[in-house]
Design a protein. Sequence first.
Length: 517
Amino acid sequence: MLIHHYLEFYERAIPDAPCYTFNNTTCNYREFNESTNQLANGLLGLGVEKEQRVAILAENCLQHPLLFMACSKIGAISVPLNYRLAAEELAYIINDSDTKVLIVGDEMAGTLEALRPLLSNDITLITSSLPDSLHWNSFLESQANAKPDIWVDRDAPLLQLYTSGTTGHPKGVILTQFNITQLTAMNVLATPKRVDQQSASILCAPLFHIGGAGSAILNTCAGQHTLLHQAFDPMKLLDDLENYPVGNVFMVPAMIMFLLQIPGIEKRDFSKLDTIFYGASPISETVLRQAMDVFKCEFIQLYGMTETAGAGILLSPSDHRRALNGKPEILGSCGRPTIGAEAKVVGENGETMPAGEIGEIWLRSDCSMLRYHNLPDATAKDLTDGWVHTGDAGYMDEEGYLYLKDRIKDMVVSGGENIYPVEVEKVLARHGAVADVAVIGVPDDKFGEALLAFVVLKPDSSLTAEEMVEFCRDKIAGYKIPRKLEVVAELPRNPSGKILKKVLREPYWKDAKRSIG
């Protein structure tokens, strides 16, 4: 079974049922499927073949889920791009993926202008109205709305999502049709309330993340009505939660914390809301308890990564209720393996650690990635017999609950965004006043973690936090820029010269109940 088979089934079974609502316009399952066919036929006409990449650079919009399904029908690979990245970062991804067609939202006109000279491939551009490109509406309208007659294998690559790499370059995670259909099955079985054609699902997470892309596909595969938000708009989100029978919404904890700060939120009526999914970064017990009190719905925490299609560990509604009824420590865990998933904690020599002992967390399921694109060594390092090496350190208790303690790979999660400090350090090292630099994540009430840069200055030099931010502004994405700076005489290092980031982090995390999410 392939993901577009679900869409085609609903097109026959419930053709007039709402599929997507975006910018106050609703399309039903028949209209959505016909548009998907038109896009698929159009891509074929542009010469897109099986396993060739079609990328999209845009805020959340209907083109994203249309592209996912169109690529599924012709065996092509969707590459949703993080529109928050700088032009240089985007160019690396587009060139690395050998993208053939690039769909660009008109709101990205400035980024596209900076991007064009950096592209090494001959790429066909599709926009709504920008010059030197095919225009979306006329391009789609000129195509047949019949399904393309193409056989696609269940193991065909479907998505290529880029995740930050420890070497400074992002890695393209390839997920297959089988990965995503199994993700659908796992979610339906583990959280059966997702499958409800009478309810809507709000999608405000960015579609370039596995949380957003996965939710878009899962909702369509469940026959749900998806209320697609262009971006996280707190007031629009609250209005939709009140006005629609909402089956579920996925949010990162920073979104939840922002909503809870809105005056009068406790007076609003969320009785139609069924389930809030959350994940991607830590959430404090205080915030979670407040959210459960305000929204009065089921809560489900997800722990996974792009390499596992976002699947793996789940803290269920019953776990949350159990935590509130005498087992509060459970809220400090990320849950237990969901159906079809396995987890183990591995020691330095590859041995499985006993309960309570810390090691690296490995996850395995039918959702484990196929490989990293063009990175065989990295694939071999991070994927063993289907086991994905998460790079996170933690332990499992006697009941199988997983607790995260530290990051092996130093990744920082700020507001749901994955940031590798080495990327930031390489930029700061280019500043004329910087002799040495280290970047860490420190606790932050709003975003879970925030970046802090430790800088050793060159003689007779100075640097302020404001100057640091301005220097970084056109070199890396805004969310990767540290806002906090400490000038130090030297950085702690071990005898081999490696910076001891654990020493730098310790004062900031020593009183934190949970140092990773």
